[in-house]
Design a protein around this ligand. Structure first.
Ligand SMILES: [Zn+2]
Length: 106
């Protein structure tokens, strides 16, 4: 194996638009209503939906949906504001659903 300096990237499962980097993962232990999800520091090439208040398992948040800017499929959501102090670290962070993204290196 050659020692290539390549970033491990996550892309949209649908159109391969680059969304985030492996280095930006905060937690892989997230769960959405539809399955497993990852928490990222940031996402690129996404479009934000309207902000809305949502009650999630860990508390109430203001979140917005995130869409792929290329194909428009929903990828996850972004935490805008957390009401619970213990969840403040999520503010500004992004959750992407595992089955919506791929880390295929090809
Ligand atoms: Zn896409």
């Amino acid at each position: 194996m050659a020692d290539l300096i390549t970033e491990r990237l996550y892309s949209c499962q649908n159109c391969r638009n680059q969304i985030s980097r492996h280095d930006d993962i905060i937690s892989k232990g997230f769960q959405s209503v539809r399955g497993r999800a990852f928490l990222f520091y940031e996402a690129r090439n996404v479009r934000e939906g309207i902000q809305q208040e949502k009650m999630l398992i860990s508390g109430t948040y203001i979140v917005c949906d995130l869409f792929c800017c290329e194909c428009g499929q929903i990828l996850g959501w972004k935490y805008i504001k957390a009401y619970d102090d213990s969840q403040k670290y999520k503010e500004g962070k992004v959750v992407l659903e595992k089955f919506k993204i791929t880390n295929a290196s090809s």
